[in-house]
Write a protein that binds this ligand. Structure first.
Ligand code: HEC
Length: 703
């Protein structure tokens, strides 16, 4: 701070007014010295190492119970609010669904500007997991956001005007971006998503000044030739781990999308890339195994280190070789130092979807240790000789259906974990969800549509069975000792899909829950010190900052994200499509959230449609193939998107078909003309009407 004060003073002396300090003037030096300005949250995980530890301690174990709402701001979009806010010198920069950016006064919530990239809503059709965004990066007076339709945009931090814009993907393909960019040494790093639909993942580095591409690293090899990219140097090595002649990957690109963790390692000048799952998920259809040939499919489900300046490959560790369960390694990464057997090591800490907790050596990608943080049925441990998981052979569902933990939701997903240097513990939102996997015997690759190559049973009809599934889902806040790979404590939470965590020097851990609460825990013991209704599901990473000496803790709340879309039946609180909010707390805060006057309309009496059992079964299948991901398993919506059982369109066969055939693309409902015939649409209507009848009868019986 002293240096900045000196600059301001020099300006005053030299020429009054002529030398304005830039807004959000964040640079390498400031981020590397982030601990010297604990009042700010300069980058995604606060520091380059992304420990998500705030050195502020005015809010602490003694007074946490006196926290109250300081202010609340309504975002301009409903659906997934997943961002980690950035706070620089009293200004908060945050994003909402549809990649919109907001600059707010961090002390009052007053809106300074809003930027809407006007993403065409039909792009929502390519978003596997809702149209959320996990935040911005700030650098030298600019705010960088990446959009659902694949653009990287630099905004002037003073007013949100566009400085430059680069298209980072082939927009004719189902790429999406939900992740936050990172910036180091003047380069903006960004990845992408879309592996469920069929894309090839990569990470790009752009010049922060003008948006020109500096390097690109593809996470899967090009089977046809070189890309003129940094990854060409490892093309042969990666190709040797795929079937070069067969499999859907030749068309899809194999996946491996880096949709979340991209972490800059200031010690090594390396960018750590968390690489996603395979496309399709099922390895047997993605890259059929050739007897005697390696089929690990590099660099799927790996952490990969590349030179941050050139994109040149350094090393990797593959967490799930031959990935076949949607076990991404994109989950947030923490870079830190640990003393292991008396020696200080530069380590990478990682809790990917697959249920292991890895400690990896940052100098050579060597595995130091692996622990198990959740129930796993796919593997029994990691062989420390080879670094490979010890798999349960049945888990690969080659012939029979296999019930596997973790599920595609992961033992841990994108919800950030944090680490306190004071306790030495890592605080992880963990969940246990089982998933059945089987070969999809009818698999055909459908460009642009959901392509996993797996079949999953429909949700059981009967209410008790559904309740049993819902009750089997577990979620807990886990405090993990990374040196000894041991649990320190855990707090059971209501249901799965709970929020990211924040650790503070006040001896606290903050975390939101899927059912809309926000709490503070004693970082040493897990004792719950404070717990409030935060209005809606609180999933993103909380942050702490200070303005004029007052410490604040910020959260985002909304309905939406993949869980509320695909698994609405399992959400412990009925959602709605109200706009998301930024809710900020301080000691003695007295603000209140607006009353939630949402009343669920009564289900209109559904039509009775006569149809054969075959048509009903077909409708169930087609619904599962195309509609499930947004309108919910078992046609139960989590609230963010319409519950089709309550849709007025259900009674009108023509209107129904017209909706499926391109009727509402401007609202984010895909056009299924190419995939769902008129008779398929009618079969889906038969199935939905049957589910609607059941709901209607229940509601009538309750009256
Ligand atoms: C990518 C997400 C997504 C998928 C997949 C999807 N929908 Fe939709 N759907 C939406 C959205 C968003 C809306 C809300 C549009 C609006 O607000 O008007 C919607 C609305 C609808 C509506 C109108 C509901 C009403 O309010 O009356 C119908 C009917 C519908 N969808 C049927 C389907 C069917 C059938 C499928 C599968 C073939 C499907 N949808 C797949 C996103 C999706």
């Amino acid at each position: 701070m002293r240096a900045r004060a000196a600059i301001a003073l020099a300006c005053l002396v030299v020429a009054l007014g002529a030398c304005q300090q830039r807004t959000a003037d964040v640079d390498q030096r400031r981020i590397e010295a982030a601990d010297s300005e604990p009042q700010n949250w300069l980058t995604h995980g606060r520091t380059y190492g992304e420990e998500r530890f705030s050195p502020l301690d005015t809010i602490n174990t003694d007074n946490a119970s006196q926290l109250g709402l300081a202010w609340s701001y309504e975002l301009r979009a409903p659906r997934a609010a997943e961002a980690t806010p950035i706070v620089v010198d009293g200004v908060m920069y945050v994003t909402s669904a549809w990649s919109m950016v907001y600059a707010l006064n961090a002390a009052t919530g007053e809106e300074l500007w809003v930027y809407d990239p006007e993403v065409p809503r039909e792009r929502g059709a390519s978003a596997c997991c809702d149209v959320g965004n996990r935040g911005v990066a700030v650098w030298r007076g600019r705010v960088y956001v990446a959009t659902i339709d694949g653009r990287l945009i630099a905004l002037d931090a003073r007013d949100g005007s566009v400085a430059w814009e680069s298209v980072t993907v082939d927009q004719t393909k189902p790429y999406t971006i939900t992740g936050a960019p990172r910036v180091a040494n003047g380069l903006v790093f960004i990845g992408n998503g879309g592996a469920e639909y069929g894309v090839r993942g990569y990470v790009s580095a752009y010049d922060a000044r003008n948006g020109s591409l500096r390097w690109r690293f593809y996470t899967t090899p090009n089977p046809r030739g070189v890309d003129n990219a940094a990854s060409d140097a490892v093309r042969e090595a990666a190709l040797a781990t795929w079937n070069p002649d067969a499999g859907a990957w030749l068309e899809s690109g194999g996946g491996g999308t880096a949709w979340d963790a991209l972490v800059y390692d200031a010690d090594q000048n390396v960018l750590w890339i968390g690489v996603g799952n395979g496309s399709p998920w099922n390895r047997d259809v993605r890259s059929p195994t050739i007897e005697g040939r390696n089929n690990d499919n590099l660099y799927l489900s790996s952490v990969v280190a590349v030179d941050a300046t050139t994109g040149e490959y350094k090393c990797h560790y593959q967490e799930t070789p031959g990935e076949t369960w949607d076990y991404t390694a994109t989950q947030p990464i923490i870079l830190t130092r640990l003393t292991i057997e008396g020696q200080e090591r530069q380590v990478l800490l990682h809790a990917p979807k697959n249920g292991f907790f890895y400690v990896i050596d940052r100098t050579d990608c060597g595995l130091i240790s692996a622990g198990s943080i959740a129930t796993q049925t796919w593997a029994t441990g990691v062989d420390m000789e080879t670094g490979r998981p010890i798999e349960n052979p049945d888990a690969r569902y080659a012939v029979n259906t296999s019930i596997v933990l973790p599920s595609p939701f992961g033992a841990h997903n994108w919800h950030p974990m944090s680490m306190s240097p004071e306790t030495g513990l890592v605080y992880i939102p963990v969940q246990e969800i089982a998933q059945d996997y089987a070969q999809d015997s009818e698999f055909v690759y459908r460009p642009g549509r959901w392509n996993t190559g797996t079949a999953h049973a429909a949700l059981p009809d009967d209410r008790a069975a559904r309740a049993a599934v819902r009750n089997s889902l577990k979620g807990f806040l886990l405090a993990w000792d990374p040196v000894n790979q041991r649990e320190a404590w855990r707090v059971e939470l209501p249901g799965a899909w709970n929020g990211g965590t924040l650790a503070t020097a006040g001896g606290l851990v903050f975390q939101g829950t899927v059912d809309g609460h926000f709490g503070a825990y004693n970082a040493e013991t897990g004792e719950r010190l404070w717990y409030v209704d935060n209005g809606a599901a609180t999933l993103g990473g909380p942050v702490s900052y200070a303005v004029d000496g007052e410490q604040y803790v910020a959260t985002l709340a909304s309905y939406g994200s993949v869980f509320f879309l695909a698994a609405g039946f399992a959400a412990p609180r009925e959602g709605d499509n109200l706009n998301g909010r930024v809710n900020v707390y301080k000691i003695g805060g007295t603000a209140t959230l607006p009353p939630r006057d949402f009343v669920r309309a009564e289900t209109p009496e559904p039509p009775v449609i006569r149809a054969s059992a075959q048509v009903l079964a077909h409708g169930t299948t087609v619904y599962g193939q195309f509609c499930n991901v947004c309108h919910g398993g078992g046609v139960v919506s989590g609230g963010a998107l319409p519950d089709l059982r309550r849709s007025a369109t259900l009674a009108d066969a023509d209107a129904w078909r017209a909706t499926v055939h391109g009727g509402r693309t401007e609202a984010g409902m895909p056009d299924f003309t190419q995939w769902v015939s008129a008779s398929d649409a009618e079969a889906i209507r038969v199935y939905v009407a049957r589910e609607a009848q059941a709901l209607y009868r229940q509601e009538q019986a309750r009256r």
